[in-house]
Design a protein around this ligand. Structure first.
Ligand code: THU
Length: 122
């Protein structure tokens, strides 16, 4: 999944930040969905890689996500921003979502609930 996230990061549209990110989500179906960040001259309209990947999963009919891998060539342990944590939180499978990042000595996996404790949901 991290390799797929790295592949997706190569499609990022980041003329302003020069900070490419790729994401790969794994759904309960076993299918994976990719996303990259894409920016806009109206900066606030930027879409993160993670939310792009979640959108692809939703568009394909998925509702429960098992894992997300995030990769940026610019940063080790590139974890989802706060907004993306909340969006991922909406679509957790019963076991929660594993958040997978690249670190110095390999791969790090944490539960989304560790990154977003006491989360809000309806
Ligand atoms: N970004 C992501 O795509 N995912 C994150 O989790 C953190 C931030 C993007 C947004 C923007 O295009 C660039 O990285 C710098 O913030």
């Amino acid at each position: 999944m991290l390799q797929l996230a790295e592949d997706a990061s190569k499609n990022a549209y980041v003329p302003y930040s020069k900070f490419p990110v790729g994401a790969c989500v794994l759904a309960e179906s076993g299918n994976v969905y990719l996303g990259c960040n894409f920016e806009n001259s109206s900066f606030g309209l930027t879409i993160c890689a993670e939310r792009n990947a979640v959108g692809s999963a939703i568009a394909a009919g998925e509702k429960k996500l098992k894992a997300v891998a995030i990769f940026s060539p610019n940063m080790l342990n590139c974890t989802p921003c706060g907004a993306c944590r909340q969006v991922l939180n909406e679509f957790q499978c019963p076991d929660g979502i594993d958040v997978i990042t690249k670190v110095d000595n390999g791969v790090k996996v944490v539960k989304l609930s560790q990154l977003l404790p006491e989360s809000f949901s309806l």
